[in-house]
Design a binder for this molecule. Sequence first.
Ligand code: NFE
Ligand code: MG
Length: 523
Amino acid sequence: MAIVSIDPVTRIEGHLRIDVEVENGVVKDAWSSGTMFRGIEMLLKGKHPWDCQQVTERICGVCPLIHGTASSYALDDAMDVELPDNARIIRNLCLGGNYIQSHILHFYHLQALDYIDVTAVLNYSGVNPGLLALRSKIAGLAKANDLYFFLPRYESADYVGTPGGPGDANLATELVGHYVQALEMRKKAQEMISIFYGRMPSFVGTIPGGVTTKPTLMNIAAFQSRLTELRQWIDSIYVQDVLTVAEVPDYEPFFKAGDSGGNYLAYGGFDLDQKGTEKFLPRGTIFDNNVMDVKGMEEKEITESVQYSWYTPECEGLNPKYGKTDPDLEKKDAYSFLKAPRYQGKPMEVGPMARMLVKKPDLLVKLAQDKGLLTPPVKFGILPRTAARAIECKLVADAMADWLTQLDPSKPIWDPKGKEIPNESYGRGLVEGPRGALGHWIHINNEKTDNYQAVVPTTWNASPRDKEGNRGPVETSLIGLPVPDVDNPVNVVRCVRSFDPCLACAIHIIHPEHNGVKEFRVV
Ligand code: NFE
Ligand code: MG
């Protein structure tokens, strides 16, 4: 028996520690720990409610859009706003731009290096001028011992392009070529968002009551030209590359390995009408991998456990609306600054896999059938999680082209009720970020922010054990993974990275020893 600790897990956002207990080449137990404090929510106490949206979007540079959007919806709710269609559509378009940017980032720049041998580029034998230039570039960097942006990585015999491994050097070179193209595509997605929202990532374009930029024929055309190019690239490169990796026979086990326990939660996102009754990504819950039986989602069923988190017992088992966070750094058996959100007491995976299982688009159903995923035991592991992200990226990008045609330059973009701060009110925004279900809650008192809470996707996924001893989804997903060599736990990071964790989002509270604030909240 051996304990393998990976601290920090790299090629994710923020500070995550993973410990696994390996016995006979297989993971027997696992612990996921958020190891660092940040601070946002307490900054907002006593502030003007309009500040919340601008401050919370700075929780994270990867998904600022969804925090700004969640906060706008929470404030709209508190002020009883009737959101104009133009504002709803522009919010959807900009959030969609962030999905595209974030999903491409995840596959190429964070996850793909777990499957591809970058040094195989040195053995490229084709004649494509771009790839030959790439080979020269990588050869120069390798000679200068300067390949740091591809590091750290494990040596693995099953990387595409590794001598004796699957695929060949030319395939690996093509994929690395797409890694470089992906940087340019992400830039286009960021530019696209900036057309309506201003410079990324600290944009200014969504406010309580609506948005700040009117649609015009000019800005619609500027958005559309970038979107068209992105859609072509997503279809012909991104989705195809994910399928190429999924076709590698060595990776067949990763279709079912890495299943998080079979419970999925989606708040639903991209409102298609003013009240959000219909959503492009539907709301729902799934239990025990019973994917044909999608159940509803009730906010009151959400609680957070702190049994294994560094907080006092008074914080245990509360709904986020009434959540408390009182730190106890000496707490026996605690091992994370993340709380453990649960739905009906159960750990739930959130994110593209959850959303696609609730929505069931044809592309996903076909892949699941082809790969035998619906044959018992039904499980959705590492590669389906990665494929769900690519499928979702395509669906959202395609839908955005329709939404763009629904903008009407002659109609309003803002409801002035967004400016009327009530003396006392309460609001919530339940939305879907690239990484999953996100909730913001605000309580306004004396026209100021009395309390602000955010419970984010990575807190659901990377949570520690709860009071009942149930592991969090990432922890469960690691159980049973093959780790034949404890000096080379590549399968562990493959699995963890398939969730696309973001610890910057997951821990956004203030450390009391640094700022003297006693009461605070962690997600
Ligand atoms: Ni910092 Fe985020 C997304 C949110 S988090 S990336 O998507 O909310 O887990
Ligand atoms: Mg929080």
